[in-house]
Design a binder for this molecule. Structure first.
Ligand code: HEC
Length: 229
């Protein structure tokens, strides 16, 4: 015990001796235990900075940056590119439901016609490949890469249980928007229109699974011919 008090006294004396007197001015450089934390390269708003050629610390956004959810002019487009609409409404277009029931069909707001339906499906393919394929697989069969790393129970979207008769378009839209069980929702990441495009593309994947041989061959040959042009 007596050694304890001795050690305690020595450590306390060292500690007090090494601790600079707070508030006192000293001509000596301070002892810096973590110099990289005292001296960091960082930008101070409203302060000059020699790193940049124009000597200003405050920077403008990089050219053509699309600020999400911030639009100073209140325009529905930025730099000529329409700002994505993420929903929040109450109709079929925003919820997939009519009077509390999920319905089938593409909402009129999308304005589909014979001319633009191919581009719409193509957009759906892009959005599906980006957002869904890692889990559900590029063909929708549920064998995406994440399954190999332990994500359990990923749905096989080509099954009849997810076909239009048993699983209306509106319900598919709702699952994409709000998620279900282990799957998260995409309403904050994927624009409203793109979510409907994904619904349309999932239908295309399901149809392609069931297409008769002749139809597949015809479509394949058309694709080859289009590529050859
Ligand atoms: C991170 C992996 C993951 C991603 C990405 C993902 N899903 Fe899922 N999805 C799941 C899992 C897991 C389930 C099974 C959920 C459950 O029943 O618990 C599921 C279920 C579903 C279902 C069936 C839901 C039901 O009613 O049983 C549909 C439809 C679906 N996903 C569509 C999509 C679409 C479309 C996308 C792209 C926008 C997508 N998923 C993205 C993992 C994912």
């Amino acid at each position: 015990m007596k050694y304890f008090f001795l050690a305690y006294a020595i450590i306390a004396a060292l500690f007090i001796g090494l601790m600079p007197t707070r508030g006192a001015k000293s001509p000596n450089a301070p002892i810096r235990l973590f110099p990289d934390m005292d001296e960091q390269d960082k930008l101070n708003a409203q302060k000059p900075d020699e790193f940049f050629a124009d000597g200003q610390g405050s920077r403008q956004p990089v050219a053509n940056t699309q600020p999400l959810g911030f639009n100073a002019e209140g325009l529905a487009e930025i730099g000529g590119i329409p700002e994505p609409e993420f929903g929040g409404g109450t109709g079929y277009y925003a919820t997939g439901g009519i009077d509390g029931y999920f319905a089938n069909g593409m909402p009129g707001e999308i304005g589909l016609d014979d001319e633009n339906v191919a581009a719409f499906l193509h957009r759906g393919q892009e959005a599906f490949d980006i957002n869904c394929a890692i889990c559900h697989g590029k063909s929708g069969d549920g064998l995406g890469i994440t399954g190999q790393f332990g994500v359990p129970g990923i749905a096989n979207l080509t099954q009849d249980t997810y076909g239009q008769a048993a699983y209306p378009d509106g319900r598919l839209f709702d699952v994409i928007s709000n998620g279900k069980g282990n799957m998260g929702g995409y309403k904050h990441n994927v624009a409203l229109r793109d979510r409907w495009a994904i619904v349309a593309y999932v239908r295309a994947l399901q149809t392609a699974r069931k297409a008769p041989y002749d139809a597949v061959k015809e479509a394949f040959d058309k694709g080859i011919a289009a590529q050859a042009q």
